[in-house]
Design a protein around this ligand. Sequence first.
Ligand code: AMP
Ligand code: TRP
Length: 356
Amino acid sequence: MSENKPVILTCAQPTGGLTIGNYLGAIKNWADMLEGNTCFFGIVDMHAITVDYTPAELRKNSLSCVAQYIACGIEPEKANMFIQSHVTGHAELAWVLSCITPLGELQRMTQFKDKVQVQAKTQGLGSNIEGDDSIENQDPTSRVSINSGLLMYPVLMAADILLYNADAVPVGADQKQHLELCRNLAQRFNQRYSDTFKVPEPFIPKFGQRIMSLQDPTRKMSKSDPNKNATLFLLDDPKLIKKKIMSAVTDSARDIELSESRPGLSNLINIYSAFSDQTPESIVQSFKGKGYGDLKSDLADLVIEKLKPVQERYHNLMKDPAYLEAVLKEGAEAAQKQAFKMLRKVYKKSGFLNRS
Ligand code: AMP
Ligand code: TRP
């Protein structure tokens, strides 16, 4: 690993299949960064246990996730791909950082509040919480049973980043707030204990940064959406891709145009743009005089064509788990080296006695 190359780090949770939101908002951009950078790509299984999960599923998803990354173009020879729990240091650094993190900052995180709402619904408290205008000013945990890991999640995420002295962190727009917290924590630690961490820059792509649900285009497309037609997964077969795109929720207007007040249409154009590398303007131009049927049908063909090689590579990789495990072993060794180096520095500055 070259010392003077910029360090790029990013991570994703191994929760189920990856969506085209993950692909377009994250992984596709990571693949473009392999040259000229030292890359760390983490599969953050410790984050995945902050919500309801099944151990056997998590195990299966972690391996499948690596195969999906490689299939999407993350070449293992050019990147350190690792499982978070294989590297000692993430939880340890998170603990140190938690001691300089005000509780209120964590309670204000949008993703935390969203997840509290979801848990409130599953606990039958939905109607108490929804529609409550003063919720912003309340302790969102007061009426719901929330595990503290969910609250601590952004601190663990900051540790994931700061442990590797990352220069840039490619993420989707939804992670901006977490990145801001990470930068604050790095600065706070540096001020208190002297210069230690690099303050990382978020890298948010221009196109395709926020792919919305096909069924409710005002919400982000998510792996965990209960509406099965809302989310396009990388491993969906062509028939299913076609069905989901053709039934995407739009509006009753006829023409294809760029308009912020038409979120369903904007989302389809955005997906088209990201998969074809064409600008939204040129897509609108090429659908002049045509309607939703044409746009959806062409978009489905495009997505099927672009995902076909990814799916073929994935299925071949899954036939060889020993290869995938070897990739992870090598990735964890490189990550561990860096993690121990940083953790030692942090412990020393924090006043922990040197271990002889
Ligand atoms: P997650 O699925 O939440 O683990 O996210 C993994 C990565 O994909 C993160 O960088 C997210 O910002 C990105 N991501 C997830 N969903 C979307 C989406 N609908 N649009 C764009 N990026 C997304
Ligand atoms: N919170 C991120 C997400 O939900 C995943 C994540 C965890 C991450 N640690 C990270 C992303 C470090 C970038 C860097 O998408």
